[in-house]
Design a protein around this ligand. Structure first.
Ligand SMILES: Cc1ncc(COP(=O)(O)O)c(C=O)c1O
Length: 393
């Protein structure tokens, strides 16, 4: 019999009923150190007092109003994002997938309005993950993502990761946009070198191609800058955001330049819940923290500390771990044994990590994780690795 919850996930039998900072409490009372943070969602950890008060205060005033009216907190959050980024304008969504849909639509509409409706091709990359809608799975392009869901949305070209010559050769007069994650998350914490992003920006400028960055996982302070592309000193034309921006409340956004967004006039796109007052109240409180340079400096300091500890674990367990990857608090341990085994061994030590492609174990802790919890994380992963070694012997 089919379970009452559609069985699209393989779930670990852990039932968390409470969260406090970087910790999750199981219903049996056990406390787990959460280095997954809802897969890069709980940017400020669990039950942050500022997020609780933002949400409860808004809940006491107004839950929902249609986008047929002005929503003051939506306006305020858009203003804050515009002020803090390359963007001139913002559309709010409820998820990364919806942000992908709009990013693709926006790029295609841009060229259609310029009298070039055949310029609809989107260049995407192997190992990418942009969500689960028809456009997002077409962008990923793998059999795993699109198999059985055909006909696949046309107009996507897939290139190898980190091969600039391939990109140069693939841009044609039909290319509307290049869509890429500055750091692939699901793809195995694969970071693009800064120079690569710089070259990509230049290629887009030279060929008049729109650059769409997917910062759903790597944005909102995760790498120690508000947005990951800032490290390379470039800006996109369109950017997808979600996950961390709501700190656990479903919220996403598409940020764009005035030029890139020029086709999206009244009636071309919409969302019942996107920019809802509850989500935007929380988003504002998240931004107050993560857009603060002092907060970002702390993310960088803590990222350095965690990375150093992880390098130590690689040295201590060369048969389990191969290398540390990633940037800021978006880190991965590439494993020599199946990463899933190490993640499972972590459950026994009550530490939560997330597997990714390329046999990588992901660490995406709350951005405000404490120094003590970083030390505790290393101790628990160390024990998990030792237990994996012991079973292999
Ligand atoms: C880079 C990236 N883009 C898009 C998505 C899709 O986001 P959502 O699951 O909120 O639809 C994800 C989710 O993991 C992601 O990591």
């Amino acid at each position: 019999m089919i379970p009452s919850v559609l069985p699209t996930y393989t779930r670990t039998p852990l039932n968390f009923v409470k969260g406090e900072g970087s910790w999750l409490v199981e219903q049996d009372g056990r406390r787990f150190l959460d280095l997954g943070a809802g897969i890069a969602v709980n940017a400020l950890g669990h039950a942050h007092p500022d997020l609780i008060s933002a949400l409860t205060e808004q809940a006491g005033n107004l839950w929902h109003v249609s986008n047929l009216y002005t929503i003051p907190k939506q306006q305020a959050l858009a203003d804050k994002l515009v002020e803090a980024s390359f963007a001139d304008t913002v559309f709010f969504t409820n998820s990364g997938t919806e942000s992908c849909e709009l990013a693709v639509k926006m790029a295609r509409k841009y060229w259609a309005d310029k009298g070039q409706p055949d310029r609809f091709e989107i260049i995407a990359f192997e190992g990418a993950f942009h969500g689960r809608s028809s456009a997002a799975i077409a962008a990923a392009g793998t059999e795993k993502m699109v198999g059985g869901f055909g006909p696949v949305l046309p107009g996507f070209t897939h290139l190898p990761w980190n091969d600039f010559e391939a990109v140069k050769g693939a841009v044609t007069e039909k290319t509307a946009a290049i869509l890429i994650e500055p750091i692939q998350g699901e793809g195995g914490i694969r970071a693009l070198p800064d120079q690569w992003l710089k070259d990509l920006r230049k290629l887009c400028d030279d060929t008049d191609t729109l650059l769409i960055l997917d910062e759903v996982q790597c944005g909102m302070g995760r790498t120690g800058r508000l947005f990951a592309h800032e490290w390379a000193g470039i800006t996109p034309d369109i950017m997808m955001v979600a996950k961390g921006i709501g700190g656990g409340f479903p919220l996403g956004a598409v940020l764009a330049t005035e030029n890139a967004a020029s086709g999206m006039v009244a009636g071309t796109h919409g969302s019942t819940y996107g920019g809802n007052p509850l989500g935007c109240a929380v988003g504002l409180a998240v931004m107050d923290h993560v857009a603060n340079p002092r907060f970002l400096a702390e993310v960088n300091r803590k990222a350095g500390a965690l990375r150093q500890k992880l390098e130590g674990l690689v040295a201590a367990h060369p048969d389990v771990f191969e290398e540390v990857r990633g940037s800021g608090l978006m880190l991965g341990l590439k494993c020599r044994v199946p990463a899933g085994d190490v993640v499972k061994a972590g459950f026994k030590q009550m530490v939560l990590t997330v597997p990714a492609a390329e046999n990588v174990m992901r660490l995406l802790p709350p951005l405000n994780i404490s120094d003590e919890d970083i030390a505790e994380a290393a101790t628990r992963i160390d024990k998990a690795a030792s237990s994996v070694e012991a079973t292999a012997e």
